[in-house]
Design a binder for this molecule. Structure first.
Ligand code: ADP
Ligand code: MG
Ligand code: MG
Length: 914
């Protein structure tokens, strides 16, 4: 950002309109007030880029609008009039003028860009008189009427709400255009081929359509048009699409949108003009190349709408070499100034380039990684900034599977399109968003196939594994949204024919029905028939399988560099939740430095163990139970030994059995009869034990340490298994660091009773095997009483691990398994901003964590603190845990890289005082 004094300007009270152009009031740091688009238009003016003049109506007006029954502050009108006057002065044109009319665009712009969510109106200010004036002034009636036709169409759609009805598959205005083309030309011709007369006829028919649908005439006065358009932008902040988008990306409703009113420049005056969208580098794969596309003789919306497929920006070198060089210069300037990859929109009017927008480009995880590494090498950014440039919640895209190379070699793609979102996806095809959502809800793998996507398809895109479109370029709506969501996407696959009515897709005489399988490779832009096998990404292949070829790839090396920097920046370490040696090995390969949670109950399900487990549960006497436990002991010992070996000296937090026991017993009469036969016990004994174990609320029943307190012999067996395994592996020369964790402790006494059992087993095993073992005993803090009495508990516990899943359930009084029935509604109403089981409820549950940290450290200053709930792999939660000062987070093996990145980022921003 510019370091001028003015750059620090802040909101002035009562100032609702900020100008940009010759005089610029705002700057790039004012996104909350001016929205992303408005702030950057101002910033571009400040650094001398060619921007058509305009003004921004602030987000405060949007807030006011909704707080005051959709009305405006009284001072707004005069400030807008001053804004228009300033435009008139700078352009030499006049609003509502019959000689040289000023036309404007009305553009929404929230703080964060929301692709496709808000609609832009171009050529505002035209009516039956000003259109003639524009035609005379430019000597180009075709152009003037093309503008008018576009204006009535956009205004009719966005402001007056003439849109497709639920039973229609096409926009009504497009239907009118199509009808006229067929009437007059008997075929689909390009819009640029329409004559003045055609365009005049279209304007007349459009107005008739508006009259018919809305019941009133199209507004002729430019000021009425302008006020209507501004209202529509503010109104669109609350439309369904915007709400869905905000919910997905956790954008608060309070932010509001700004409105930009800007003098028009024209890309549709002829073949010396055009419009385009470009990135300073390739946002799909990260390559440093001028990337983008343009359409000759077109206004901006044409490029993004995906109706005509545009040409790559490099082609501009041939068509309009001067404009191309100007754009190259701008591309360099943008990166030098913003120090990040920019996504920008431009229009060329009679050979002259104008900038209409710039923002940090959305990118795939793969591109983000390469950008960050390259820009650090180019000294545009330092290594710490490079870490921050990789969105943690996108990183797992890099670990996503690709199509299996061997399988793919044998297949021929049926179509080729543009590689718009990398990765591999296979799914059953669906041609509309609602049906895609319904199929995904049934658990199907879905591929959304559309001619082109529009914002209404957002729900379907979220539900789909991948998106395939027949039309549209790399900056089409589909591509943009896919890139942002990390969806696999191929767009503009022209050979794909989509028939919405018949619900079929045909490619090269092959036909596919909805529900049939297709596969897309979003890295190569290829489409395949049927389901294709996938293979692990190079990073997984290189780290977990030690694949030498994979380790030589640029992607792998960049990933390793990033992780190395993360280690240098991080304060917290990352452990893993793993129950088997395989999971442990994978997690260590990803950089985990220990196990934060080894759940022993999973170990009882495999093979014959379940029988011994059932025997133990069914046992009626202590002797019988001990006999069954003795059968389980060797299994547990072997499991632990395997895990200790895989850990190679890293610590392992092992949680003792946390029932529900009834899950181990057969529930149906047939299964019970089978088990009775196997164990040679009467079936009614099994039934009565099942009934006896039945709990009205298993979540609050015989959970955690309560089992070990009722049946200490179970804990004794587990402790013995841990220590015997430790002794065995230690004798093999491998360091072993078991940390025994007693679950669900709310009272210090609970922990003490279990500690006695554990220490006794340790003494016994050490004596029997003549070894000295290094171990710790601690507890899981997962119920509020445990957190509140952490000072007492810490007298016995050598470490705490926050079990935030149960802590959330018990603090909120919500069961994770049952909350699905009301949580989505809660999210809609914004009672909860995020799902509290995915992202920690920092102000509620988080307080319990803070209290426990503080009290725990009061008693035992060096107490080890970690978190092993689901939240341990969630970047926003990790940020919170950094602030609270935990020592480590623990998450599932494939989440480890995400957690390492998030922990490093949290450390950097916490240090920076954010
Ligand atoms: P979005 O937020 O959907 O990108 P924009 O407000 O950027 O919408 O407008 C879309 C396109 O409309 C722009 O890329 C640009 O090509 C065109 N446009 C907007 N304002 C103007 C203008 N003043 N002159 C010419 N074209 C414009
Ligand atoms: Mg734009
Ligand atoms: Mg628990």
């Amino acid at each position: 950002m510019a370091k001028t004094k003015a750059a620090k300007a802040v909101a002035t009270k009562g100032k609702y309109v900020y100008q940009f152009g010759k005089k610029t009031d705002g700057n790039g740091s004012m996104k909350p007030l001016l929205g992303g688009k408005g702030a950057n238009l101002a910033e571009m003016c400040r650094i001398g880029l060619p921007v058509p003049p305009g003004f921004t109506i602030t987000t405060e007006v949007c807030t006011y609008y909704y707080d005051h029954k959709r009305t405006y502050p009284s001072a707004l009108r005069a400030q807008m009039e001053a804004g228009i006057t300033a435009l008139e002065r700078q352009t030499g044109k006049k609003f509502d003028d019959l000689k040289n009319p000023l036309l404007v665009s009305v553009r929404s712009g929230a703080r964060d860009s929301m692709p496709g969510m808000m609609d832009t109106i171009l050529n505002l200010g035209l009516n039956d008189q000003t259109v003639e004036a524009l035609a005379r002034k430019t000597g180009n009636p075709r152009f003037a009427w093309d503008c008018y036709r576009r204006f009535v169409q956009m205004y009719g759609d966005v402001v007056l709400g003439v849109q497709k009805r639920p039973d229609e598959d096409h926009e009504p205005f497009e239907m009118v255009i199509e009808a006229l083309k067929h009437e007059r030309y008997h075929q689909d011709i390009e819009d640029t081929k329409l004559t003045v007369d055609d365009l005049k006829e279209l304007v007349a028919r459009f107005k008739a359509l508006v009259k018919d649908r809305v019941g009133r005439k199209f507004p002729a006065s430019p000021w009425d048009q302008l006020l209507g358009a501004v209202g529509a932008v503010f109104g669109s902040w609350m439309n369904d699409r915007a709400i869905v988008y905000r919910r997905k990306y956790n954008i608060p409703t309070e932010w509001g949108t700004a409105v930009n009113v800007q003098a028009m420049v024209y890309g549709n005056t002829g073949d010396q003009s055009g419009s385009g969208v470009a990135f300073t580098r390739n946002p799909a794969n990260g390559v440093k190349e001028f990337y983008g596309e343009f359409l000759i003789n077109a206004q901006g919306e044409d490029v993004v709408a995906g109706v005509r497929t545009p040409e790559p920006v490099a082609e501009l070198k041939k068509h309009l070499p001067k404009a191309y060089h100007e754009l190259e210069r701008i591309r360099q300037n943008l990166e030098r100034h913003f120090k990040d990859v920019q996504d920008f929109e431009f229009t060329i009017e009679n050979g002259v380039v104008y900038m209409l927008q710039t923002r940090n480009g959305k990118r795939t995880a793969m591109a983000a990684l390469k950008f960050s590494m390259d820009m650090q090498k180019e000294k545009l950014i330092d290594w710490k900034t490079a870490i921050g440039r990789n969105p943690a919640d996108q990183l797992d895209q890099l670990l996503a599977p690709v199509f299996d190379a061997a399988t793919l070699g044998k297949m021929t793609p049926i179509a080729t399109g543009l590689p718009a979102g990398p990765g591999a996806a296979s799914g059953r095809i669906y041609l509309n968003a609602d049906r895609a959502v319904a199929a995904a809800a049934k658990g199907e793998q879905v591929l959304l196939v559309r001619l082109e996507t529009s914002p209404e398809d957002l729900r379907g895109m979220i539900a789909a594994e991948g998106i395939l479109t027949a039309r549209g370029g790399v900056s089409s709506h589909a591509a943009l949204v896919a890139r942002q969501m990390g969806k696999v996407c191929v767009c503009g696959a022209a050979a794909v024919e989509v028939d919405y009515q018949a619900r079929t897709v045909s490619v090269d005489r092959r036909s596919f029905k909805e529900g049939d399988w297709m596969s897309i490779d979003g890295t190569a832009g290829k489409v395949y028939a049927g389901q294709v096998k996938t293979a692990p990404s190079e990073i997984v292949a290189g780290l977990v399988d030690g694949d030498a070829a994979a380790r030589k790839t640029e992607k792998f090396k960049n990933f390793q560099q990033l992780m190395k920097w993360c280690d240098a920046a991080t304060r917290m370490t990352v452990r893993t939740n793993a129950d088997t040696p395989e999971q442990t090995k994978a997690a260590i390969a990803f950089g985990a430095v220990g196990i934060g949670l080894c759940r022993t109950e999973h170990m009882f399900f495999e093979g014959d163990r379940i029988d011994a487990m059932r025997e133990m549960i069914l046992a009626e006497t202590l002797e019988a139970r001990k006999a069954a436990l003795a059968k389980l002991l060797p299994y547990q010992r072997d499991d632990f030994a395997g895990i200790f070996r895989a850990l190679k000296g890293f610590p392992a937090t092992i949680r003792f059995l946390d029932p529900p026991l009834h899950e181990f017993l057969p529930q149906t009469p047939e299964q019970q009869a089978d088990l009775a036969k196997k164990l040679r016990v009467p079936v009614d004994r099994i039934q009565s034990r099942v009934n006896q174990l039945h709990e009205f609320n298993p979540m609050l029943g015989l959970r955690g340490c309560r089992l070990g307190i009722d049946y200490p012999e179970i804990s004794a067996m587990q402790a013995r298994a841990v220590f015997e395994a430790a002794a065995i592996v230690q004798k093999e020369g491998i360091k072993v660091r078991p940390e025994i964790m007693i679950p669900l402790v709310g009272f210090k006494k609970e922990l003490d009773l279990q500690l006695d059992v554990v220490h006794q087993a340790a003494r016994d095993v050490q004596a029997e095997r003549k070894v000295k073992l290094n171990y710790m005993v601690g507890t899981m803090i997962e119920i509020p009483r445990g957190a509140l009495t952490a000072d007492e508990i810490a007298r016995s516990a050598e470490f705490f691990s926050f079990g935030t899943n149960d802590l959330t359930q018990t603090a909120l009084g919500m069961s994770r398994d049952d909350s699905g029935s009301f949580l989505p509604h809660y999210a809609e109403l914004e009672i909860v901003k995020k799902n509290p089981f995915a992202t920690i409820d920092a102000s509620g549950v988080g307080q319990l964590v803070e209290v426990a940290v503080e009290k725990g450290r009061q008693t035992r200053p060096n107490i080890k603190l970690g978190i092993c709930g689901e939240h341990g792999g969630d970047p926003a939660s990790i940020h919170f845990f950094e602030k609270v000062g935990l020592d480590y987070v623990s998450c599932s093996p494939y989440r480890v890289p995400v957690a390492r990145l998030a922990a490093a980022q949290a450390a950097l921003s916490t240090k920076a005082g954010d």
